[in-house]
Design a binder for this molecule. Structure first.
Ligand code: CS2
Length: 489
């Protein structure tokens, strides 16, 4: 697909198709984005595209994959254009041209450093997941991490995102080029603070003067990102290509709802994304908490509970009245109230709207996709609410039931020797206690796994008893009866 082809076919398509309206050729790269996966292309790239469509500006994106060649292989053959299929009552399509090139850091290191240190590059954005920050459990940079060890010893030929950021800042400092800002777009609370800590720890080890310079000149705003983006499946490629009348080998699908909240903490020039709906505020934390604790916690709950009950998608499980009632009650009784929402958010409405978003019939969001990486997600989506509720004397019963669903999901996968998509998969396979028939042993084994960081909950008898009772109930109940059981919780 190229722009000329798509301009011809767009006119004859029965669907609304939006095309880039700015001059792609003449638009300079202003953003280097590390991790140009589906979420970036569905979210930040679309905001940037909308900004350039309406107001112009030199904010084209250079996408940098740290290792994988897939994005470059596929997108370079279609002029780095791709379609976003926006799924609502009516489907519409947007052809996005904001990504001008994709580089692979492990193969094109010098070119990546060149882009990152170019004066025209004002901003580095990232979606590399929390793993990519290489942090130790205490929040500092993990100097024992293989990539960090490598980069400290070979600073001018880095492999990690942190190594690339610091090396390019070093070049900018040496060449008297103003620093860029660094914006994390990962679904992690305090994402900018975490990234700042990783970058400063790393820079401090290499050169304390550089560390001071970065501290003074680089902003690391926190941000909250939201838009449900199911994985591209073969049917997506087929249906999108048919609708737009051109072969697109990597279209993205997402819901119409999208939100991006960024802290006001910036230095120098930035894209004026507020003109296309981005919220700049002092209270990103409140938005982050609301999103992680409501949308993401309910998502993970449905992923494990729904899979145990034999459902395949978020829509299917939420359409079952018992499951919808369960997450509604969970939100109302154990989540809302565990934190202070931002003043501009009506939290009851926000919560109900999320459940409506799960009921979007145009979206086939697989529970299996959300179930991935549970060891990372549960730690930020579920455990902090349990802790807050304990501290505030609020109920934890349904939250513990949700946690028990995750335990059972892992136990079943390990017992059946199925593939587990989780960075801690090997730890789970090696923890023999998970295979025990004794519920108390299973619960104790889970909560004792260091990387889950839940030792405090193990010591709390209320919590271990509630998880044990939930797990017992789950194991005693045939999958088809789970709905009836949760209706009574
Ligand atoms: C989901 C998220 O896969 C998951 O774990 O909960 O990706 C969710 O769809 C997004 O955070 C929505 O913004």
């Amino acid at each position: 697909m190229n722009l000329t082809d798509i301009m011809k076919t767009a006119n004859t398509s029965p669907y609304p198709i939006e095309l880039p309206r700015y001059n792609r050729e003449n638009t300079q790269i202003g953003i280097v984005h590390i991790g140009p996966g589906a979420f970036h292309r569905a979210h930040q790239a679309v905001y940037t595209e909308n900004l350039m469509n309406q107001f112009g500006g030199n904010w084209a994106i250079c996408g940098v994959s740290l290792r994988s060649a897939t994005a470059q292989d596929i997108l370079s053959k279609q002029d780095n254009l791709y379609t976003v299929s926006i799924l609502d009552k009516d489907i519409r399509y947007q052809i996005v041209g904001a990504i001008k090139e994709i580089l692979i850091a492990s193969e094109q290191r010098d070119l990546v450093l060149q882009r990152m240190s170019a004066e025209t590059t004002k901003l580095i954005t990232l979606t590399i997941t929390e793993k990519g920050y290489c942090l130790a459990a205490d929040g500092s940079l993990d100097f024992n991490h293989d990539d960090i060890k490598h980069d400290i010893a070979n600073a001018s030929s880095p492999v990690s995102a942190i190594g690339f950021i610091v090396e390019s800042l070093k070049i900018r400092k040496q060449d008297n080029i103003p620093a860029f800002n660094v914006l994390s777009c990962d679904n992690v609370s305090g994402n900018g603070d975490k990234l700042r800590r990783a970058v400063l720890d790393y820079a401090g080890k290499l050169d304390p003067q550089l560390q001071l310079w970065i501290e003074k000149h680089v902003a690391f705003p926190n941000s909250m990102v939201d838009s449900i983006t199911p994985k591209t499946e073969a049917y997506t490629v087929e249906s999108v290509s048919k609708a737009i009348g051109c072969q697109d080998n990597w279209p993205i699908q997402r819901e119409a709802f999208t939100q991006w909240v960024i802290s006001n903490d910036w230095q120098g020039e930035r894209p004026e994304w507020e003109k296309v709906g981005v919220i700049f505020t002092q209270d990103v934390e409140g938005f982050e908490k609301a999103k992680l604790k409501l949308l993401n916690c309910l998502h993970s709950t449905l992923a494990y509970l729904g899979s145990l009950a034999g459902y395949e998608t978020v829509f299917d499980v939420t359409s079952d009245v018992n499951f919808k009632q369960f997450i509604t009650k969970l939100a109302q009784q154990e989540i809302i109230g565990s934190f202070t929402p931002p003043t501009e958010l009506n939290i009851e409405k926000y919560s109900n709207d999320i459940i409506q978003r799960f009921l979007n019939p145009a979206i086939r969001h697989l529970l299996a996709q959300i179930a991935c990486d549970g060891s990372q997600k549960i730690q930020i989506r579920l455990l902090p609410i349990i802790r807050d509720n304990l501290e505030q004397g609020r109920s934890t019963k349904m939250l513990c039931f949700a946690l028990a669903c995750w335990f059972e999901f892992i136990c079943k996968t390990v017992k059946n020797k199925e593939e587990l998509s989780d960075p801690m998969a090997s730890t789970f396979y090696q923890t023999t206690g998970l295979l025990s028939e004794d519920i108390a042993t299973v619960v104790k084994s889970f909560l004792s796994i260091d990387a889950i960081n839940a030792h405090d909950l193990l010591l709390n008898s209320q919590i271990s008893e509630q998880i044990e009772a939930s797990l017992t109930l789950i194991r005693q109940t045939p999958s088809t009866q789970l709905g009836a059981v949760i209706a009574k919780l």
